[in-house]
Design a protein around this ligand. Structure first.
Ligand code: LLP
Length: 437
């Protein structure tokens, strides 16, 4: 189990706040982010590059959790921002995030999204395919606007949590395929197009990765490709973006490396290969999402009904579920939990923690070891900060939860809880009986 702060009332404490009181005051389900922890993760990434004396941009992959406040925090911490849709970009711009530090990803950015990025003069488009290579350049040339791009490549390295797979040709919807010569073709084209400034290459090999070999292999493949094509194309790479994917600990099976170990391994590999290649070091860009916010949030729920299936299991139901955390149903993700109001009691009971959504698969934790739970207890589920709120949904017309930042004994709402009015705000009554107010 992770170590948790427990106060004199035997309650779980986060950022100097009693979580049981937070649940009472703000209602549940409630997502509580430890703001200081987010800042520390950011600083660990930035500092690790400084320690290696490697020029870098750490771009927070905002798909993990995006809202105005987190964009503001990322700016304060000096990070760049990776966005993957008009919605994420719009949020960043509303937060007045410096547009020159925004990188725009996606395998099918629409014309409107590209125009939004061009209007904002964002720092870099990560061009994913031949269609976009043409379209973005056409739009840029129509406005006589110079744009920075990276080409996303599919390097034929796929990392899974415990291993990586190197395949000749990875079957992926993302990026130009390295093995079949698409990267060279795209680069030849891009470097000829007058409104493009081709900064370099991007490769993202996977998520929740626990080792560094996959990154090293992808970097080797890119270096080899550059050896074969740079001089021929009369172009030199200045940015190498190795994506995100650094793993975190959700449960005792997870054995991630420390943040600096991932960064050091990447820096060492690039430094080694670029010195062998006798070329100046490129800027190294990374895009961590999960490893910045994943373990910094805890979701609080209120315990409701219980059901015993004799001889089999005891269900403990809470007031949220797959509407605020889809990861269990989607990826069989395993979370740890505690009763926030009974932190000093022994975990003598085993429960199947079920959500309240109309779906048998809506189970948040299959075998939760907890003290005896009764109604109105507060269940805390840990490490829900990445891809929790960002994948939250309104299935069963559930209201998406409120999100707080807590720090030094203060709590701040960063996303309000949805209301029933929000739930129907885009509905249109088309029949004569009018909904009364
Ligand atoms: N860069 C690119 C191009 C990506 O596709 C991703 C994640 C990231 C960076 C950030 O990866 P991270 O550091 O967060 O692992 N919904 C899934 C994760 C999907 C990841 C998609 N791409 C989950 O909940 O596990």
């Amino acid at each position: 189990r992770l170590k948790h702060a427990i106060n004199n009332n035997g309650h779980l404490e986060i950022g100097g706040m009693d979580t049981v009181e937070l649940a009472q005051k703000y209602g549940t389900p409630l997502m509580v982010y430890d703001e200081q922890a987010i800042r520390e993760r950011c600083r660990t990434f930035v500092d690790a590059f400084k320690e290696k004396k490697v020029k870098a941009q750490v771009a927070y992959a905002s798909k993990a959790f995006n809202c105005v406040a987190i964009c503001q925090l990322m700016e304060q911490e000096g990070l760049s921002l990776d966005v993957v849709s008009g919605g994420e970009l719009y949020t960043a711009l509303q937060a007045q995030f410096p547009s020159e530090k925004i990188h725009f990803h996606g395998n099918n950015k629409t014309k409107d999204e590209l125009l939004l990025g061009l209007d904002a003069k964002i720092g870099c488009f990560v061009v994913d395919n031949f269609y976009e290579l043409e379209l973005l350049h056409k739009l840029a040339s129509e406005r006589n606007q110079q744009v920075n791009i990276l080409l996303r490549i599919s390097p034929g390295v796929e990392a899974h949590t415990h291993e990586y797979i190197s395949t000749g040709q990875e079957d992926s919807k993302f990026g130009f395929d390295l093995a079949s010569g698409q990267v060279k073709q795209a680069l030849a084209k891009a470097t000829q197009l007058p409104f493009y400034n081709v900064l370099g290459l991007h490769a993202h090999i996977g998520s929740q990765i626990f080792e560094t070999e996959g990154f090293a292999l992808a970097i080797e493949k890119m270096a080899k490709f550059l050896d074969e094509s740079e001089s021929e194309l009369n172009w030199e790479l200045s940015v190498l973006n190795v994506g995100g994917g650094f793993g975190i600990r959700y449960n005792e099976e997870d054995k991630p490396l420390a943040i600096h170990q991932y960064v050091y391994a990447i820096c060492d590999k690039v430094q080694q290969l670029w010195s062998e290649r006798n070329k100046p070091m490129p800027e190294v860009w990374i895009e961590p999402g999960r490893s910045i916010v994943g373990d910094t949030a805890t979701t609080l729920y209120t315990v409701g009904s219980k059901k015993t299936v004799p001889g089999i299991r005891e269900y403990l139901s809470i007031d949220g579920g797959m509407s605020d955390n889809l990861r269990v149903a989607l990826y069989q993700a395993k979370y740890e939990a505690a009763l926030a109001n009974k932190m000093n009691e022994a975990n003598d009971f085993t429960y199947t923690v079920a959500g309240k959504l109309c779906e048998t698969g809506d189970v948040l934790i299959h075998d939760a070891q907890l003290p005896e739970a009764v109604e109105d207890d507060v269940l805390a589920v840990f490490c829900t900060g990445a891809y929790g709120y960002s994948m939250a949904n309104n299935y069963n017309r559930m209201k998406r939860p409120a999100v707080l930042f807590v720090k030094d004994g203060h709590a701040q709402t960063v996303i309000k809880r949805e209301t029933y009015e929000d739930i129907i705000k885009n509905d249109v009554a088309i029949f004569s009986k009018v909904i009364s107010d």
